[in-house]
Design a protein around this ligand. Structure first.
Ligand code: FAD
Ligand code: DLZ
Ligand code: SF4
Length: 509
């Protein structure tokens, strides 16, 4: 029989991934490669690179112990061709293979590269999701607007999760009105399970320190799970200790607590170490056993079978130009503070410091602190997109781009969200303890000490009035702006111009 190559990418570390299902264990060769092209298409956080390389090495070992023949290339192998296509060609020559089996990558860039290969590459649909690309397309067809909530209900019906005889458990599809409480005084959970580096991880950490040590981000201490057994333990730890409070404090932020009751499982889900259905069943089981309330479990499951599947559907539906969209024509450069330069804004400094140290920030920090600020400051959404793609350990374009370009920057003109996620400092003050220790005054609306979010918020609404004033969900904001007297309005706009000027000159804000 003719030997074929079976490509497994760094975020395809699942034993039942489509290309493996289609392969023949006795004749085919599994190809895995640590390559500079993938490690440098953005300047990834060193923790992200280390997590993937360590997880790839362990997964290759697991496949080998299950009888697969593996051709694994390490980053420092002298023959390393430096790219996925290069490695496939090198291995094809080595094993006289004439065909490649691949699972469709999660990024248009790599899909195109595989399509352009001089040897045939069969790309199989990635079925590690609950909704296929084709299914999403047919759900979207004929709908004027695509809204996650409608899609989510379909996914509940399809999976049967939290369903009781065709009806949603607890009588409602969505329990969000019980969630979103402000930051608690104390958090009775110590955060995600941490895994001390073993020998494999230690080797990878040395490699990453030597090759990517100057990238933004602290490599050590490194405590991610790097195989499925560990990832499952991390999931169990979350379900037992944090899930019961997940809903209540999902949107809260605390300067002294980086994880609150979040699961921190996105790196594992996205790399294939955990399966989305397995995760949701574990959460549902906690509700059935009476150890976690419905508002928490429903909220958590919605993030996974709702948002996660929805944004993936959007990414593939909208096509390769999506990350380049710029509906609001924003052109400012990403301020240096995103790469750790000084800022007096405590909320932003705190989110970025933890991003540097953990390669993690939770959803509201990403959306309402760093994302909100970039949007208010009119930053080019492509620069924002590249930043998010680089700095988070869970970031791959299929999930990152719709969240950043769409949900956070409104650069898709309203495909993902019906209105831009902008807020003044009041929202951040309500949901966090950041403002108390900040150099700015969150209550001040004008003047040198005014919180920059307060100034830029009105500037944003003012400069985009033509686009947003007809949006019913924003009418109240414009009414409030219009009620202000002229003097106050011009003081706000001047203050905002002052902040924008400082940002553009690279001065501290
Ligand atoms: P939890 O709060 O515990 O939620 C549970 C799970 O739900 C997550 O692990 C994740 O798999 C899923 N989930 C929750 N919200 C979303 C969402 N909006 N989209 C997709 N899945 C979701 N998520 C990524 O996985 N990769 C990214 O690159 C990414 N980039 C983002 C960029 C921006 C600007 C924003 C606003 C959000 C982004 N998200 C991204 C979504 C979300 O912030 C992360 O999934 C979440 O913070 C991961 O932390 P967690 O595992 O503790 O999540
Ligand atoms: C993110 C990443 C990195 C840093 N390195 C590798 C690598 O060396 N080899 C590999 O196969 N995959 C890597 N990845 C993940 C890919 O970039 C990812 O598969 C694509 O972006 C598609 O989601
Ligand atoms: Fe952030 Fe403004 Fe609060 Fe400071 S005052 S922490 S800048 S919201």
């Amino acid at each position: 029989m003719v030997t074929r190559l079976v490509l497994i990418l760094g975020d395809q570390l699942s034993p039942d991934v489509a290309a493996l299902q289609a392969a023949d264990r006795d004749n085919d060769i599994v190809v895995m490669a640590e390559v500079m092209d993938e490690a440098t298409y953005v300047r990834h956080h060193p923790k992200k690179i280390a997590f993937l390389f360590a997880a790839m090495r362990k997964f290759a070992r697991e496949l080998a112990s299950n009888g697969w023949r593996i051709a694994y290339t390490r980053l420092d192998d002298p023959d390393n061709a430096g790219s996925i296509p290069g490695e496939l060609l090198r291995r094809a020559a080595e094993f006289r293979a004439r065909e490649v089996l691949a699972t469709r990558p999660g990024e248009w860039r790599l899909i195109r590269l595989l399509e352009e290969m001089p040897i045939p590459v069969r790309q199989f649909a990635d079925d590690r999701f609950l909704c296929s690309e084709a299914e999403f397309r047919s759900w979207a067809q004929g709908r004027k607007v695509l809204r996650m909530e409608h899609f989510y209900r379909e996914m509940r019906r399809k999976t049967g999760l939290l369903m009781e005889g065709g009806e949603p458990a607890g009588g409602k599809w969505n329990f969000d009105y019980e969630n979103r409480k402000p930051a608690p005084e104390e958090v009775g959970h110590g955060g995600p399970l941490r895994f001390p580096p073993d020998e494999t991880v230690g080797e990878v950490l040395d490699l990453v320190a030597a090759r990517f040590g100057s990238n933004f981000g602290s490599l050590r201490p490194f405590a991610f799970a790097t195989d499925r057994g560990e990832a499952r333990r991390a999931l169990e730890h979350f379900v037992t200790h944090a899930l019961p409070y997940f809903g209540d404090y999902q949107d809260a932020m605390l300067a002294g607590n980086r994880f609150l009751y979040h699961s921190v499982i996105s790196p594992y889900l996205n790399a294939g170490l955990l399966d989305p259905l397995e995760v949701c069943l574990a959460a549902e089981a906690a509700w059935k056993a009476g150890t976690a309330p419905i508002n928490a479990v429903e909220g958590f499951i919605r993030q996974i079978i709702g948002w996660r599947e929805f944004v993936r559907g959007i990414y593939f539906l909208e096509g390769p130009d999506y990350p380049r969209r710029n509906a609001l024509h924003h052109t400012a450069r990403l301020p240096a503070l995103y790469w750790g330069a000084e800022t007096r804004m405590r909320c932003v400094a705190s989110a970025i410091e933890q991003t540097r140290e953990e390669a993690y920030a939770h959803h509201i920090q990403r959306l309402m602190v760093t994302g909100n600020f970039a949007l208010l400051a009119g930053v080019d959404p492509h620069e924002v997109h590249e930043w998010y793609l680089a700095v988070y350990s869970d970031a791959y374009e299929w999930v990152e781009a719709p969240n950043t370009v769409g949900m956070s920057q409104f650069a898709d003109g309203g495909v993902v969200g019906s209105k831009p996620y902008v807020s003044s400092g009041a929202y951040i003050d309500r949901m966090s303890d950041y403002c108390g220790g900040c150099a700015y005054d969150v209550k001040a609306k004008t003047g040198e000490s005014a919180c920059p979010f307060n100034l830029l918020y009105w500037h944003f609404l003012h400069r985009h009035r033509a686009r947003f004033e007809g949006n019913p969900r924003m009418a109240q904001m414009y009414r409030t702006w219009d009620r202000m007297d002229d003097g106050r309005r011009s003081a706000v706009l001047q203050g905002a111009e002052r902040v924008l000027g400082r940002l553009s000159r690279g001065e501290v804000v």
